[in-house]
Design a protein around this ligand. Sequence first.
Ligand code: PFF
Length: 465
Amino acid sequence: MIKTRDKFSSLGFVVAAAGSAIGLGNIWKFPYITFANGGGSFVLIYLIAIALIGLPIMLAEILMGRRSQQSPVTAFLYFSKDVAGGKLWSGVGFLGVAAGLVILSYYSVVAGWTVYYFGKCVQWSVSGFNETIASSLGTEFGSFLGNGPMQVLFHAIFMSLTVGIVISGIKGGIERVTKLLLPILMVILSLLCVVAMFTPGFGEAIRFLFHVGPIHTEAVLEAVGHSFFTLSLGMGALITYGSYLGRKQSIPRDALMICVLDTVIALMACVVMFSIIFSVPEAERATTFTKSATILFTTLPRMFYSLPGGVIIAPVFYLLVAFAALTSTISLLEVVASFLIDKLGWTRKKAALIAGGTIFSSGVLVALSLGANETLSTWAPFGERDAGVFGVLDYFASNWMLPVGGLLTAVFVGWFLDSKLTRDELEEGHGMFKLYGLWRFLLRYVCPVAICWIIIAVIGGRAFN
Ligand code: PFF
């Protein structure tokens, strides 16, 4: 009996892929790096990076997935038959699977924090949030990080949810959950934007976000680097999701929609956070954005509770971040699970459980590297800046795995695949793709040059995370 591949329904692909793209990268990382890189100028460069680098690579990944009907490793094998380099190209797929393992190991730990803070906020909203709690938020977060069993527990909760959804399959699991969570996330974020409009810092936040000042090279590198992480590119997540995309769907239209949704959500998150931050006195503000990991948990609760309606806003916000993270963790696990299904012929249940169990175990090392275990917390093969298993994995994935994966995918599709094949696939379900020439040019020249620049900067000691 020939087994037909599971398929998303017509809207299912956009929702699931946007769910993968929208995550901690948008709500946790983007506001921080935008703040650190001067606001409007960074936003402008970021938009350019998405249009010139992110979007073309996204089209390349989706077309590879849909044409081959395979997840990354077997997708590269499928195309590599008549291509120079042959089976060696499947190494790019393996790199993607490894990146899924690495990223999910630490992503799930951070996602677990959002669940913990959701619970904390419910507790504070019910029993009262006072000055004593406010002034101890920093130490509270520090001791939570250093509490090994708690870190492992919340990581386990998040991994269990993720595995459960992936086991339920493409339509019944991933699509159903993202179709439910993504609209809720958008409604909550829109409501938070409305609340932000009434805060004293709103005007300044908007000015900061859209005022373009001098542009620095550092910001350009950061923007290009972040575009991979935020769009879930460079590790085959969209090859995998693309393999479940129906032939009647338009790849260019869907990819554009995913990029727009991801960017809009990131900007909305900035509006909410900056409005709150600019509402506090300037002297306090300086200490607000000191460390990306801490903002959401050490500063924002106090700010939420200083707003009217804070008792509702605070827990709802953490729920939103948890939802955003969940729709991303399922795509990370799906990359690894679908590899085991496609390459080794495992059942979905076995693949999800074994992949999830392996990632849970490596995540335990991450969970214990935040202070609970001295050796794991101080391990620093790439220098002190990225110390600890957490820092090391984040550094390695964001600086090496995703850019290298993105570069090789761009080169493979742009230079090694037949232009008739790529054009046919992009026009299937779309009709004539007028921007095909531009897309191919960006993929062949602009993307490789920009990514090589990042890699050279990383070799020179620059780090994005
Ligand atoms: N795009 C996600 C975020 O911005 O949080 C992170 C991510 C998810 C990266 C899935 C890669 C991936 F395959």
